[in-house]
Design a protein around this ligand. Sequence first.
Ligand SMILES: [Zn+2]
Ligand SMILES: [Zn+2]
Length: 354
Amino acid sequence: MKTLLTVAAFFVVSAASAQSVNRISSAHKLVRNNTRAEIIIPDIAGYQSLKGDFHLHTIFSDGSVMPADRVAEAWTNGLDVIAITDHIEYRPNKDFVLGDHNRSYEMAKKSAQDMGILLVKASELTTDKPKGGHINALFVTDSNPLERAKDSPDLTTAVDEAVRQGAYLLWNHPGWAIDSCIMFPLNEKWIKEGKIKGVEVFNETDYYPRAATWVKEMKITPFANTDAHGMKSDFYRADVYPPFNIVLARERTLEGVREAMFAGRVIAVFDGQAVATPELLKALFEACVEFKHITGDNYEVTNISDIPFDISSKQLSCKLMPRTTMRFKAKGSFAAEITNLHIDENSNLQVTIL
Ligand SMILES: [Zn+2]
Ligand SMILES: [Zn+2]
C-alpha cells in the first residue's frame, strides 16, 4: 500500500510540474543544424584543394529545392564551391515559379556570401544529343541571352553566346540515356575548336570510362558532378559520398576556381575512384599517402585523406582506407599500380614506392 501511495504521489507532483512548464526545447542536442562534414584532402602541389559540384538543379528548372537550399547543402557536405545549373530550355515549373534565367543564381547569392560558399553563375544548355546534348555554361555573366531562337537547329548560337561571355563549357553526362558514350560530330567540333573544355566522367551514380579516354586523347578536363534535382541526402546512402571535384586553385576565390578550370587542374572523384591527368593523380597520391621506414624491412603507410587508394604490386597489395595506417614489409623501392586512379578507360596511375 505504501508503494502505491508513493507512485500516486509521484504522478501528482509530475503533473503539477508539467503544468508549470510550457516548452522544453532539446534542439541543441537533437538537430544537425550548422554541422559541416569536412572532406579531408590536403593541399596538392602547392595549390589549395577546393571541393566543388558544378551541376545542380533547383525549382527554377526541373529540380525540387530552392536555390538557397543548394548553398546550405554544399556547406553541410564540406564543399567550397558550387554551380547552380538550371536548364535554359526545360522549365516545367515556369507557370508558378516566376523569374528569368538569372533568378536562381540571384536568390542563392546572399546565402552563398553569408556561408562562405563560392557560387558560380551558370546554366545548363539542353537539347537532344546529336544537336549538342546537355552542356553546362559555367561563369556566365548573363544567362538570358543563352535562350535560343525557336528556329535554331542546335545549340550553336547558345554555345557561341556562352563563349562570348567568357564561359567555361562542360559537356554533361555523355553516356546518359543511350547505350554507350558516343562522340557526336557537334561535340567533337566544339572540343576541337576549344569551346568545350571539360566532360563529366561521373554523373549522379554513373561512371563513363570512355569519357576518361576522351580526357586523355582530346586533352579535356574530367568532372564528377551530382546533377542533383532533390536533396542529395534523400538520394545517396548516408555512407556514400556524392561525386565531387578537387579544384587545385591558387586562391579560394571564384577567379581562383575559374583560372584552375581553364588550366585543367581538376580531379574528378566518386565511388572510391578518381580520374585526372597522370601528373595530377601522382600529385594527389603523393599529397595524401605517406610512407615511413620503421626497422629493417618494416614500413608504414598512412593515408591522411578521405579518398581510399587501391595499391597493387607484388610487395604490397591493399586497399588503403581513408585516414588509416597500415604496416608492410619490403626490400627497397618497388613499382605499383594505383588501380582506382584512372588515366583513361584502360590504364591507371603507376608509381614508385619508397
Ligand atoms: Zn543534363
Ligand atoms: Zn542537369
